[in-house]
Design a protein around this ligand. Sequence first.
Ligand code: GLU
Length: 437
Amino acid sequence: MSSKVVTRFAPSPTGLLHLGTYRTAIFSYLYAKKNNGTFVLRIEDTDKERSKKEYEENIIESLKWLGLDYDQFYRQSDNLDRHKFYLEKMIKEGKAYISKEEAKDGTGEIKELVRFKNPNIDITFHDEIKGEVKMNTTDLNDFVIARNLNEPLFHLAVVIDDFEEGITHVIRGEDHVSNTPRQILIQRAIGAPTPIYAHLPLVLGADKLKLSKRRGALPITSYKDMGFLPEAILNGVAFVGWNPGTDKEIFTHDELVKDFDLSKVQKSPAVFNEEKLNWFNKEHMKLLSTEEVNKNILENLPENMRNVKLVPIIFERITKWGDIKNMVSVGELDFFFKQPEYDKSKLIYKNVQSSTLNISENINKAISVLEELNENNFTKENVKEVLMKIADSLESRGELLHPVRFALSGLDKSPDPFVIAEVLGKNETLARLQKAI
Ligand code: GLU
């Protein structure tokens, strides 16, 4: 038997899937790639009413964005012929049977269902995460495996498809543990080998309840829209319930493939922390080249604000590209482009008893040293050097630095005055200081 690893991600396209679901995709992908194996995407769309094309498209877009390339693609609804083939075979061999039953909807209508002939035995299987799992199948009765020969139900379709697609490792959410004995019974009935199972512990939200869309868990594409980096989401989500056992937290795609280890997946439920995702994103932003940072920041600014000198100031204040739009919309950057209006009493450095007179005196001193600087040398370093000389001669540096900063920005909180001066340039800086006086 070939030992090539084949894993799959088998989502049902019945909604926009959230991070918790993609963690399953990430682990299946990493496990396959780590072992030079094959990663399969199978869209489980046999529930005709609830499955929608747009959700399938969203799954494909999300995997692509995350960089989880699949080697094979299947759609379960394309496999109805082989489902039927096995159903008929099982019926012929007495392992399943057609049962005529009254519909439960109260219409009294008689329906034909296909039931599995349950041998009522103990099923034991090894789970890579949970260890040995044992269940008695008697309580499952002769469970239904198809509505009719053309409409297979979940357990049957999963087992046949996993078998036909050569899946060796079924990595999926813990909610499927209780389905596994039924699926193993079907495997035995059709002569399929039992794959290796790994059931991943639940993902909980900050409130320690199961992460769900209803309680605020977002689809992957929302993170894309918010301007997160795909590598950061990949890294951050991989760390929900897994870590390499070292202090290293920042991993690129290739490093994850290299270091991923199913045996290090934690056994208890994992808590997803949205804040931590911002941290991962910022760390990944720091790995980008200056050109990439410049490009992304400038692209997210309105055209009239695209000044490359703003890049470091903005970079320091954001955790994702989408934050730039917020900075712009609340007017946080406006003072770079127009003279601020402000309450002049705020020019006074608040912790120091100083008269208005020496504030204007101090600003005047600043003007005279800045006038000496050449327009071309008006850099934050040079501005800092000349201003600090004056500031250091005062009782408190704030007596100079506060009024200068405030005169330039008109804001209680802003970047330091040297940085602002460089962005504004010599003329505008002097004009604002004059106005303050
Ligand atoms: N289609 C199933 C789901 O979305 C997953 C089936 C499986 O992984 O075995 O939950």
